[in-house]
Design a protein around this ligand. Structure first.
Ligand code: HEM
Length: 466
């Protein structure tokens, strides 16, 4: 990585000590990205180094190929989400991606809109009991439960009562797993399984994994039982488009053999996590941005109220008729990308457009967060300005300067589902509530696989007069 010098590093810890989870970690990476405009080295201990990149041309070069995911950061998630679509590579990835793509067909997504709206309304009814103008409410947790409820219904035909239960062990386990996986990364001794699983954090990680797996096993078991019913099986066979879990359960290879239990659970764990935690982050940060900017919040509300016409029934057609809200959503995904970074391990040398290159075996991490705040491609990058995304202003943008869902063969398979869910939720929330920032409880950004806030997202929510 000689062509890419980096900030001074400690001889043993490298840069790991620079990351303290005090809310400045991501901003530090932005400062470095401005000092080293294309890429720089970053070390986690004496043996693990990444090339961090954040220039659109570099992002394009990295994501055009289907290089495998890196075998350090993603490996820490393996005991939890298994070798599913997010982590696997080669022929297995290709087969599973082809198998699962029809689960996100337009007709299927259309049928999900009502399910998402129902889940959102359950959450809003809860908020009515909590809302006062004076006191703020921590919303991230409520939103996580709502997005979990939605993905369970949509992808897994599992009708849970998770939003109304007093505590949900799966959501707590996911929070714990995200936190522990990112902590593990920063302590190089913990990179070794033998050491890690003897530490208190390793023990906590195993326990949280077991809790998460209990939840997914329950979902799989219930659907398998339902499919033993001839009528239910017939109903699915007649359906033109099956939902995600039914695709997995009914899939057969050329020899008539279905997915192994291990592969099945890995995919369910992957989609259960990716399908709710990312959108919970996206919706939470969007609400925070709108609370900070009442003028944009009001414009979105007017647009939505006109569509809804005094009702709370959300129609599929509305999704393509809410341009202002969509621009605000895109802008919040720019400032607060739910997945702030992705990384790869090169199987062959990678030559960047400026001729610089790194060898096979190198770990390359794209910081989506720094890319989205690169001042060479975004004017006044820290400012929330949804008008960046008007059709005219989008025309001359570098195609790889905005990548919340990544691009190329390993892009996000759930991006249309995610955009729909975030729009439905935003519309119904703004139709019922006014949002205001709680100045004494401002969020502390923390990347824990997804972008969270260390202290949650506290907003004052006030019910609107009818
Ligand atoms: C705002 C919401 C979301 C964002 C910002 C997001 C972002 C991303 C990004 C950046 C990647 C690339 C990861 C990498 O290269 O390692 C990805 C992959 C993936 N996403 Fe999403 N995602 C979101 C929602 C969802 C949803 C709702 C689902 C499922 C229903 C989902 C399922 C996946 C899967 C399975 C992959 C791996 C795809 C593959 O490698 O073939 N995501 N997502």
């Amino acid at each position: 990585m000689k062509p890419f010098p980096g900030p001074p590093a400690h001889w043993l810890y490298g840069h790991a000590h620079e990351f303290s989870q005090d809310g400045t970690d991501l901003d530090k990476t932005v400062v470095w990205s401005q000092k080293y405009p294309y890429g720089h080295q970053v070390w986690f201990g004496p043996f693990t180094a990444y090339l961090a990149v954040y220039h659109p041309d570099y992002a394009k070069a990295l994501l055009a190929s289907s290089e495998p995911k890196d075998d350090v950061a993603y490996r820490f998630m393996l005991p939890w989400i298994g070798d599913g679509l997010l982590i696997n590579s080669g022929q297995k990835w290709y087969r599973h991606r082809r198998l699962l793509t029809p689960g996100f067909h337009y007709d299927i997504l259309k049928s999900y809109v009502q399910e998402i709206a129902e889940s959102t309304k359950i959450m809003l009814d809860k908020w009515e009991l909590l809302s006062t103008k004076e006191r703020s409410v921590e919303l991230y947790h409520h939103i996580s439960l709502m997005t979990l409820d939605s993905i369970l219904k949509c992808a897994f035909s599992f009708h849970s009562n998770c939003q109304l239960e007093s505590n949900n062990s799966y959501i707590q386990a996911v929070y714990e797993l995200g936190f522990l996986a990112s902590e593990r990364f920063k302590t190089f001794q913990h990179h070794y399984d033998l050491i890690y699983y003897l530490t208190p954090n390793g023990i906590r990680f195993r326990r949280a994994c077991n809790l998460a797996h209990e939840h997914t096993d329950k979902v799989i078991h219930q659907r398998k039982e339902a499919l033993k019913n001839e009528k239910e099986l017939e109903r699915i066979k007649e359906k033109k488009h099956r939902d995600f879990l039914d695709i997995l359960l009914c899939s057969r290879d050329e020899n008539g053999i279905g997915l192994s239990d291990e592969d099945l659970r890995a995919e369910v764990d992957t989609f259960m996590f990716e399908g709710h935690d990312t959108t919970a982050s996206g919706i939470s940060w969007l609400l925070y941005c709108l609370a900070q900017h009442p003028e944009h919040q009001q414009k979105c509300r007017e647009e939505i109220q006109e569509l809804l016409g005094g009702q709370e029934k959300f129609e599929w057609e509305f999704l393509s008729n809410m341009p202002y809200t969509t621009m605000c959503l895109k802008e919040s995904l720019r400032l607060y990308p739910p997945l702030p970074g992705v990384s790869r391990k090169l199987s062959k040398p990678l030559i960047f457009p400026d001729g610089k290159q790194v060898p096979a075996g190198c770990l390359v991490a794209l910081s989506i967060y720094s890319l989205h705040r690169n001042p060479n491609f975004w004017d006044d990058p820290e400012k929330f300005n949804p008008l960046r995304f008007t059709p005219e202003n989008s025309e001359n943008k570098h195609h790889h300067s905005y990548l919340p869902f990544s691009v190329g063969p390993r892009n996000c398979i759930g991006q249309h589902f995610a955009m729909n869910e975030m729009k439905v939720a935003a519309a119904l929330i703004l139709n019922r509530f006014e949002l205001e920032v709680d100045e004494v409880n401002l969020p502390i950004k923390t990347p824990q696989i997804v972008l969270r806030s260390k202290n949650g997202i506290h907003l004052k929510i006030k019910k609107l007069e009818k």
